[in-house]
Design a protein around this ligand. Structure first.
Ligand code: NDP
Length: 406
């Protein structure tokens, strides 16, 4: 049994934080920054959450002296309880427990759950007027208008954590967005950037799970290879900043050092550069509006020598055109796109479909649902969002079955 943990320090000067998805790649980077800043001496951690990796979740809860640790998976609750026995840290499990944890007032919340599962806790946190550091791009893609209006109604703030959106946010500081002509977000091109197109059908899950520059969770790494990640980010750019689709461009930049560029009407192009380390964007959101010293490596441009850029090839990255379609349709199209993409990714990871079939699954689901249900006209509510998500996943599974082996 672990030693009881002393009660959190008294004092109103510690910011209350919660970390959703603490055991993931974004979560671990957040924990690293919090511990370097003094851990429990500097931050009052309300909640930390994970799913299956309860051993690590317990370690994090103890290190940060969190009040509650929540696993998304009820089957993991006994193990979490055992790991935290005697520490005084509360434990809970399941979707409702995640929302309850997000309901506990905190000043700053990291939304680092992967997939649509991150949406409901994020929404609950916004209703408390918290600052939501949003890594979970799926939320904005599926329900951007709902999240932004909830934040506005409750005086909450959403700060972008995706490196590209943090870069745009930083380039826009002090600028008039009416003077922006275009926004360019960069993409490494992923694991298969230089593969012959005809070889893509042979790509394995292991090959797709290896990113040339960034160390990230498996799902976003595969989404980088297919550019579904960039497709989500194009939509995210629209939802977060309100730029029109024609203002948003994607540029392949294999070095992943320039994260985004903002072009103004006087011809100036402001670029944001930095090492490919998510602790920059996370640290920026954690310390905003201040800039704190961060443990990220500094770029030596003379050693780097040159940077390269290229237009993305639509035949290699069909996900980008699908994102344009989603932005044209609007309404629930983002929710459908995200859900179909998540189900197609599951089918690829389960080795049911080949790598290029993921885009075909999403294309079919989008075509079917936009033809049948007036997708674009629907105002987004929690109910119709969840319904669209369920239907899109079911159709995607059906499409994946028919494409399996193809
Ligand atoms: P990981 O897969 O590394 O981590 C995901 C986290 O979510 C883990 O804590 C995991 O728990 C938890 N989780 C998994 N499934 C569920 C569920 N159903 N309900 C609740 N929690 C769950 O992902 P990343 O950290 O890579 O990505 C997190 C989010 O951040 C994604 O939206 C991604 O797109 C975004 N993002 C990530 C970047 C990166 O560099 N990784 C960069 C920019 C954005 P456990 O591990 O315990 O099972």
């Amino acid at each position: 049994m672990a030693d009881p943990i002393p009660l959190p320090l008294a004092g109103a000067d510690r910011r209350r934080i919660s970390i959703f998805g603490a055991t993931g790649s974004i979560g671990e980077s957040t924990v690293d920054l919090i511990l370097r800043a003094g851990g429990p001496a500097a931050y009052d951690t309300v909640a930390v959450t994970g799913a299956r990796n309860v051993a690590r979740l317990a370690e994090i809860a103890i290190a940060l002296r969190a009040r509650i640790a929540v696993t998304a998976d009820p089957a993991c609750l006994p193990a979490l309880r055992d790991a935290l026995a005697g520490t005084g840290i509360e434990t809970a499990a399941g979707e409702a427990a995640l929302i309850e944890a997000a309901d506990r007032p905190a000043d700053w919340i990291m939304s680092g759950i992967v997939g649509f599962a991150g949406f409901a806790p994020g929404l609950a946190a916004l209703r408390h007027g918290s600052t939501l550091a949003l890594a979970n791009k799926e939320s904005l893609v599926a329900a951007g208008p709902l999240l932004m209006s909830t934040a506005a109604t409750h005086g909450a703030r959403i700060l972008p954590v995706d490196s590209e959106h943090s870069a745009v946010f930083q380039a826009l500081a002090g600028e008039d967005t009416a003077a922006v002509e275009r926004v360019i977000i960069t993409a490494s091109g992923g694991a298969f950037r230089d593969w012959p197109l005809e070889k893509l059908a042979t790509a394995t899950v292991e090959q797709a799970s290896s990113h040339p520059n960034w160390a990230m969770g498996q799902r976003i790494t595969i989404d980088s290879a297919s550019m579904f990640n960039k497709a989500l980010e194009v939509i995210e750019t629209r939802e977060y900043f309100g730029f029109t689709p024609s203002q948003i461009e994607v540029l392949v930049h294999p070095e992943s050092l320039v994260h985004a560029l903002v072009g103004f009407r006087d011809g100036a192009l402001m670029a944001h550069l930095g090492a490919p380390d998510m602790r920059h964007a996370i640290g920026y959101a954690l310390n905003w509006p201040e800039r704190a010293a961060l443990p990220v490596s500094r770029l030596d441009l003379a050693a780097i020598g040159r940077l390269s850029f290229a237009a993305p090839d639509p035949a290699r990255y069909p996900a980008l055109d699908l994102a344009r379609e989603v932005m044209e349709i609007r309404g629930l199209a983002g929710a459908v796109f995200n859900a179909a993409k998540e189900a197609a990714l599951d089918a690829f990871i389960d080795r049911q479909i080949r790598f290029p079939a993921m885009a075909e699954v999403v294309r079919q689901v989008l075509a079917r649902m936009s033809a049948n249900s007036g997708l674009g006209n629907a105002a987004i509510s929690l109910d119709n969002l969840c319904e669209a998500d369920r239907e899109a996943r079911a159709l995607a599974r059906e499409a994946a079955r028919s494409l399996s082996g193809a």
